[in-house]
Ligand binder design. Structure first.
Ligand code: ADP
Ligand code: MG
Length: 239
């Protein structure tokens, strides 16, 4: 079953066209990685799916429902940013609980969801701390934990590892792959400009170039049969 469908999606900021006729169908439970050089439109595409930007033209469907005009909070989507986006004045627990309280979930349900997510990410010991008392890696785990408490149908990651040092990047990457397995049925869309992340995490990779989809395929497809020199250069295949 299709989880996310983009049909002829275009996005312009003023007269600047940033996305051109993007057509994609992502299956439920798939781990899809968007790659491409800086400025090619990866973040804009995620933000459109999340509902944080308006679509200029085209149609977006989530679980078969057209959501062009559906509010972000009603789309069943959680997003994790490279900058964590935690509230500095709130504790870890409060950061994770805040959105659930806004959604008027009962106190017990909020506590259950926060504790489950905290256990999954091994951050139970930090629930009373403020974000500034945590390392970058711990903050990113909190941001991921907070996203999980929403039980999203679709999980969006925008370069979640780019503020972490090399060793933590590897650990967190493995953690994200493990989470995807555990949250079976959850579709993940993961943006990176890092070939290793793309090749190791993806069921399928979408290569973007200047606002267009250049190729879609499994890591092996792209490596063995790159559709263009651009893809070959990007993926690092010998063609
Ligand atoms: P990526 O994430 O692939 O690096 P972005 O999606 O952030 O690329 O940006 C794609 C293009 O859109 C860039 O040229 C960027 O300058 C432009 N852009 C992004 N957001 C805005 C905005 N709010 N207003 C104007 N231009 C924007
Ligand atoms: Mg970006």
């Amino acid at each position: 079953m299709a989880s996310v469908e983009l049909k002829s999606i275009c996005k312009a900021f003023g007269s600047v066209k940033v996305l051109r006729d993007v057509d994609l169908t992502l299956e439920k439970g798939e781990f899809v990685v968007f790659v491409g050089p800086s400025g090619c439109g990866k973040s804009t595409l995620l933000r459109l799916i999340a509902g944080l930007e308006d679509i200029t033209s085209g149609d977006l469907f989530i679980d078969g429902e057209r959501v062009n005009a559906v509010l972000p909070a009603k789309r069943g989507i959680s997003m994790v940013f490279q900058s964590y986006a935690l509230y500095p004045h709130m504790s870890v627990y409060e950061n994770m609980a805040f959105g659930l309280e806004q959604a008027r979930l009962g106190k017990d349900e909020v506590r259950r969801r926060v504790n489950d997510a905290a256990a999954m990410l091994q951050i139970e010991a930090y629930l009373d701390r403020k974000p500034k008392q945590l390392s970058g890696g711990q903050r990113q785990r909190v941001a991921i934990g907070r996203a999980i408490t929403r039980n999203p149908k679709v999980f969006l990651f925008d370069e979640p590892l780019s503020n972490l040092d090399a060793a933590l990047r590897v650990d967190t990457r493995i953690e994200i792959a493990r989470l995807h397995k555990r949250l079976s049925g959850t579709t993940v869309i993961y943006v990176t400009h890092d070939q290793v992340e793309a090749m190791t995490l993806a069921d399928r990779i979408v290569v973007l170039n200047a606002g267009r989809v250049e190729q879609v395929g499994t890591p092996l497809d792209l490596y063995e049969r790159p559709a263009s020199r651009f893809v070959a250069g990007f993926i690092g295949s010998p063609r």
